[in-house]
Structure formats: C-alpha cells, structure tokens
Ligand binder design. Structure first.
Ligand SMILES: NC(=O)c1ccc[n+]([C@@H]2O[C@H](COP(=O)([O-])OP(=O)(O)OC[C@H]3O[C@@H](n4cnc5c(N)ncnc54)[C@H](OP(=O)(O)O)[C@@H]3O)[C@@H](O)[C@H]2O)c1
Length: 358
C-alpha cells in the first residue's frame, strides 16, 4: 500500500478525497491536514460550523470510520518524506506556497490552479493526454525536486476536454464555443455561494473561470514534443454561469470540425474512444468513460451525475449545427467533485502507479 495524505481534507473537494480513498486497494490515507482553524481537532469536530454546530458534511455517503476520529494536522506537521504521495485540495493562493514545499520531496496531485499554466507542468486527465506525463521528469529536473506537482484541470474543463478528444483525433477541430451551467459545490466552502444569491437565480459570471477553461483546453489537447507542450491550434470561447444545482456541471458545446462529419459519426468516435480508453482497467475508472444518449431529455444533473459514481461524462442532444459549416453541438454533464476533482485525482494517481511514476 502507498501511504498518502490529503491537505485541505475538510473542504468540498477534500471530503470527496476522503470518500474516494476509503478502502482503496492501493492507497492508505495516513494523514490529513487543513488550516489552522481545524488543526488539532478530530475530523468530525472540524466539520462542525463553530457558530451553528451544523455538520458541514455534504456527501450522501457517511464519513468513513477510519477518518472520523482522525486528528487534523497543521501543514507544517506533514513530513513528506514519510509519504508516497500527497493530494491537495487548496485554494490557489495556499497551494502556491504549500505545494512546492511538499513536491520538493514527494509527488503532489493538486486540484488547484496555482501551477497549471507553468511551462514544465502538464494538466493531466487520465486517458486523454497520458503522454504529457513525461513532462513531469523535466519539471523534477528543472526544479531539482524529488517529487513533482501534477494538477488536474478546472472541473469545467474536464468534461469538455474528454468529449473533444475523440472529435479532435477523428475529425480535427477548429473552434469551440461553450456555455456552462455550473453547480454550487464547484464554488467550494470558502467562501462558497450564499443561498440568498443563488436560489431562484442564475449568476452569469464566475471570476477567472472562462479564461481557465479556454487556456487549459488547448494545453490538454496539445502535443508534447519531448520537451514542451505545443497548444492545440483550436479557438475556444466560453461563458461560465452558476446555477442552483448541487453537484454536476452542465455544458452546451458547439464544435466546428475540420472535416464534415454527421452527428452519428461524432457519436461513434466518442463511443469507440470510451471503449478503448487507456485507463479503463484502473480501480476508480468508470465502466463507461463517455455515454452518449439519443434521448433528447438527457443529460440532466439529478438523473445522470451519479452514473458510474460520477466518473462518466454524459453527452446528449448531439446534432448538426445550422449556422457554421462542419459544426456539431451537444450538451454534456460532468461531476465536478468526482471525475472533475477528487476521484479524478485518485484515478490519476492510479495511472501514475500503473506507469511506475509513483
Ligand atoms: N469544488 C469543486 O467542485 C472543485 C472542483 C475542481 C477543482 N476545485 C479546486 O480545488 C481546490 C479546493 O476547492 P474546494 O472547493 O474544496 O475549497 P474549500 O471547500 O473552500 O476547501 C478549502 C480547504 O483548504 C483548507 N485550507 C484553507 N487554508 C489553508 C491553509 N493555509 N493550509 C491548509 N489548508 C487550508 C480548508 O481548511 P479549513 O476547513 O480548515 O478552513 C479546506 O479544507 C480549489 O483550488 C478549487 O478551485 C474545486
């Protein structure tokens, strides 16, 4: 068993890490850490709001027994040399300071944006850009680290990049327009979204989100030439909104292809990709990487977000565009806290282990 720690274990993503690592066949969660506010408390006590006593545990699954009574450490109580891997679920400003300290000694898988845009840092989605893993060796050498930082994409980028990959490979891709309807849990706990602002409402702006999705999509779908990643020459434009849905980001995607392709061919490309995806035998991999519905009323967050424990990207409404030449459009649903962060990060760790990177 590899010994792992989670930093930021009390937050929205941290709680999903605790679930994703519970009874994991390869990883043992031996240490958890959070801010000074929580350090020294038992996990169950740190989850209680000090003002209302409300237990801020948001999953339908119960808190794993192995973690419930575990005491949270301060970050400086973590000795990375005693660990094989660290998962971080921190806001970017904290990640910027904490992650390099850890990565100097041990691999770090991060859900934060802090290092995503640096030249020697790949943004990895297991099964989509596995060859970009080799950039981690360059990062280690550049920074003289024993470990590395491997960030996941923004949770809104993940589902879109997954569905665009088979399109890019089979038909080529010129431009993409996307509008997201993002879940509340995507905003995390601190500060999160206030109920009075979001109930009966749609918020048409999420700071920095659109820029992240635009930049990350091109990097993830880019080519690694042995030294660096050359961004995919795709134009990406998006509008990101927050909606009163608990979990699961819905996205409407328009893609202009290089070759003419009917929606049936796009569906076939997605299904074939899903069946042969490289990571399909790993413990956290879903049975279906992508599902494509013909039913025009799918996907819906309430019905589809838990498919294969939130690890499947669910597509529907795949149809020809009526304005742009070689255009197709579709709706997708991706679980922001499962495939889009914690369980996706655990899947990445499994891929690293299977490739002997950790
Ligand atoms: N929510 C999502 O769906 C989602 C999806 C993909 C990526 N992400 C990214 O994942 C990261 C975490 O997001 P989140 O939604 O889980 O945020 P969150 O709910 O606000 O949780 C933040 C966590 O960081 C801890 N923390 C704060 N300051 C710290 C410090 N100085 N040292 C150590 N721990 C500290 C908090 O501990 P306390 O409880 O003690 O304050 C808490 O555990 C963010 O970068 C976010 O952008 C989120």
């Amino acid at each position: 068993m590899l010994r792992v720690a989670v930093i930021g274990a009390t937050g929205a993503v941290g709680q999903e890490f605790v679930i994703a690592l519970n009874k994991h066949p390869w990883f043992e969660l031996v240490q958890i850490a959070s801010s000074e506010r929580s350090a020294g408390k038992k996990y169950i006590d740190a989850l209680r709001d000090p003002n209302t006593s409300l237990l801020k545990w948001h999953s339908k699954e119960k808190i794993p027994d192995t973690v419930r009574e575990m005491v949270l450490n301060r970050v400086d109580e973590i000795n990375p040399k005693k660990l094989d891997l660290i998962f971080t679920a921190l806001e970017s400003e904290d990640a910027q300071i904490i992650e390099p300290k850890m990565a100097s000694a041990v691999p770090v898988i991060s859900t934060a944006a802090a290092f995503r845009y640096e030249d020697d840092v790949p943004i990895l989605i297991p099964g989509i850009n596995d060859d970009h893993c080799d950039l981690l060796n360059i990062q280690k050498k550049n920074r003289k680290w024993d470990g590395f930082i491997a960030p996941l994409p923004n949770c809104t980028t993940t589902g879109m990049a997954i569905t665009l990959k088979p399109i890019l490979d089979e038909m080529g891709l010129q431009s993409v327009f996307m509008t997201s309807m993002q879940a509340l849990s995507g905003a995390g706990r601190s500060p999160g979204v206030i109920a009075l602002d979001i109930m009966d409402n749609v918020i048409p702006y999420i700071p920095k989100e659109e820029e992240k999705v635009q930049v990350e999509t091109k990097k993830i779908l880019g080519k690694f030439d042995g030294n660096s990643i050359k961004n995919a020459p795709i134009k990406v434009s998006c509008t990101c909104t927050r909606v009163p849905v608990m979990d699961g980001h819905t996205e409407t995607v328009f893609a202009q292809l290089e070759k003419t392709a009917l929606p049936d061919k796009v569906k076939e490309a997605m299904i074939n990709f899903s069946k042969s995806v490289s990571i399909r035998d790993l413990p956290s991999a879903p049975e279906d990487y992508i599902i494509v519905h013909d039913d025009p009323t799918r996907p819906q967050p309430r019905i589809d977000r838990e498919v294969n424990d939130g690890m499947t990207t669910v597509v529907g409404r795949l149809r020809k565009d009526t304005v742009f030449e070689n255009g197709v459009k579709y709706v997708l649903l991706t679980h922001n806290e499962k495939m889009g962060s914690a369980k996706g990060a655990v899947l990445l760790a499994e891929m690293f282990k299977s490739k002997k990177i950790i």
